[in-house]
Structure formats: structure tokens, C-alpha cells
Design a protein around this ligand. Structure first.
Ligand code: PL3
Ligand code: FE2
Ligand code: FE2
Length: 237
């Protein structure tokens, strides 16, 4: 790797993959595309939520702008490795979740839209980026470290809105969770083999996702029992 500085050789960096192999680049072409598509859709989703919450539109536009910056960063990561992102694959990967978002948006269901974008997608991104950082190439690692901080801001935005409105949206959120958490579970299953090539472990991804999602649900005001019931939707869905 031609880089200006060598990464610290700590425990987390001792098992780095070879970023130059065709196997790595092939897996990266799909994973990177998923991330680029995810960041693009996140941008579009925050702008769309702003049409339902006009007094929040300015704040949501700020969040959306951050997503475009993320997208550019991850595009640079692929270029740096000489990888072309497989965007057709990524569009299909997001289609079920995207369709649910579009349906909720058309029905004016703000809580469902926020659960899909600000809780599920952001928690998915946070877990993926956390697990990726220790096994990333030095260029991508720096970029991903900057991005993951922003994703907490986004998760927090959804969390605070839903917390303030919990009384009126508890049932809608439980239904939205039932409809969408199984999709996240399936997406994790679909990405697992490619993630393994990048030295990212599926169980670590699931664990990190559940921590971020459960913490958000706790903050919003759900009880331990309610959260357990909601998490169980991923097992039966
Ligand atoms: C919202 O801010 C971002 C939505 C992105 C979704 C991320 C999905 C992650 C799939 C596994 C990727 C591993 C990370 C690799 C980075 C190039
Ligand atoms: Fe993002
Ligand atoms: Fe985000």
C-alpha cells in the first residue's frame, strides 16, 4: 500500500486483509456499492421527511447534506482501491426497505419513516462502520471514522423526535418494527459472505446493530419487555 503513514500495529490491525487481491476487490465492489446507495437513499429520505415536517425541513436538509458528503467519501475509498461499485446490486439490496419507506411517506407516517431511516438504517450503518474501521485500508479507515460520528447525530435526531412523540406513535412504531426489522436481518444475511472477505464478522455486526438499536429504543421510552418483544420480530420474521 502506498500511504503516507503506516497505521499503528495494535491488536486490531494484525489481521488485515490483502486489499490488492481480486477476491477483496470483488467483495468490495458490492459492499462499497451498498454503502454508497445507502448514503444516497439516506440523503433522499431526510429530504422527504422534511416535506412531512416543514418546521424541521432546515435541520433535515443539514442531515441530508452530511449524507452526500459520506457518499463522496466512500466513492473515494473505491477509487483509491481501483474498485468499481456494483450499483445495480446495491439498488436491489435496498429495494424492499426502500419500498416500505416510500409507502410510509405516501401515507404521511412520520414515525415509520423515522424508524426506517434514523433508527434502523443508521444503526445498521453504525454497526457496519464500527466493525469495518479496524480492518479497513488506512485511507478508508480515516474516512469511515469521520462518518461514524455523523451517523450518531442522525440516530439521535430520530430518537429525540420519537421520544417527544411516543404517546401518539407507540403502536405505529411497533408495527413498523415488525415490518422492517426482518428486512434488516435479511440484509445482514445477504452481506455476510462479502463482509467476511473484508474480515468483518457477521455476529459482531449483529451484536453492534442490536446495541445501537436497543439503546435508541430505551432512550425513546420503551420498556425492557417491549424491546425484547420488538427484537424477537427479527427471529420470527
Ligand atoms: C446512512 O447514513 C448510511 C446508510 C448506509 C448503510 C450501510 C450498510 C452497510 C453494509 C455493510 C458495509 C460494511 C462497511 C464497508 C465500508 C466501505
Ligand atoms: Fe451517512
Ligand atoms: Fe446517516
Amino acid at each position: 500500500m502506498a500511504t503516507l503513514e503506516a497505521p499503528e500495529l495494535d491488536a486490531a490491525t494484525t489481521n488485515l486483509p490483502d486489499f490488492t487481491t481480486e477476491t477483496y476487490k470483488d467483495a468490495y465492489s458490492r459492499i462499497n456499492a451498498i454503502v454508497i446507495e445507502g448514503e444516497q437513499e439516506a440523503h433522499d429520505n431526510y429530504i422527504a421527511i422534511g416535506t412531512l415536517l416543514p418546521d424541521q425541513a432546515e435541520e433535515l436538509t443539514k442531515l441530508a447534506r452530511m449524507e452526500l458528503k459520506h457518499m463522496k467519501g466512500f466513492t473515494a475509498c473505491a477509487n483509491n482501491l481501483g474498485v468499481v461499485a456494483d450499483m445495480a446490486f446495491a439498488k436491489e439490496f435496498f429495494a424492499p426497505l426502500h419500498n416500505n419507506f416510500t409507502t410510509a411517506l405516501a401515507a404521511g407516517k412520520v414515525p415509520t419513516c423515522l424508524l426506517i431511516q434514523a433508527l434502523l438504517i443508521e444503526a445498521f450503518a453504525i454497526s457496519a462502520y464500527h466493525i469495518y474501521i479496524p480492518v479497513a485500508d488506512p485511507f478508508a479507515r480515516k474516512i469511515t471514522e469521520g462518518v461514524v460520528k455523523d451517523e450518531y447525530t442522525h440516530l439521535n435526531y430520530g430518537q429525540e423526535w420519537l421520544k417527544a412523540n411516543l404517546d401518539s406513535c407507540r403502536e405505529e412504531l411497533e408495527q413498523a418494527n415488525r415490518d422492517n426489522l426482518p428486512l434488516i436481518r435479511r440484509m445482514l444475511d445477504q452481506v455476510a459472505a462479502d463482509a467476511a472477505v473484508l474480515h468483518m464478522d457477521k455476529e459482531d455486526l449483529i451484536e453492534d446493530f442490536l446495541i445501537a438499536y436497543q439503546e435508541a429504543l430505551t432512550e425513546i421510552g420503551f420498556s425492557t419487555r417491549e424491546i425484547a418483544r420488538m427484537a424477537a420480530a427479527a427471529l420470527v420474521g
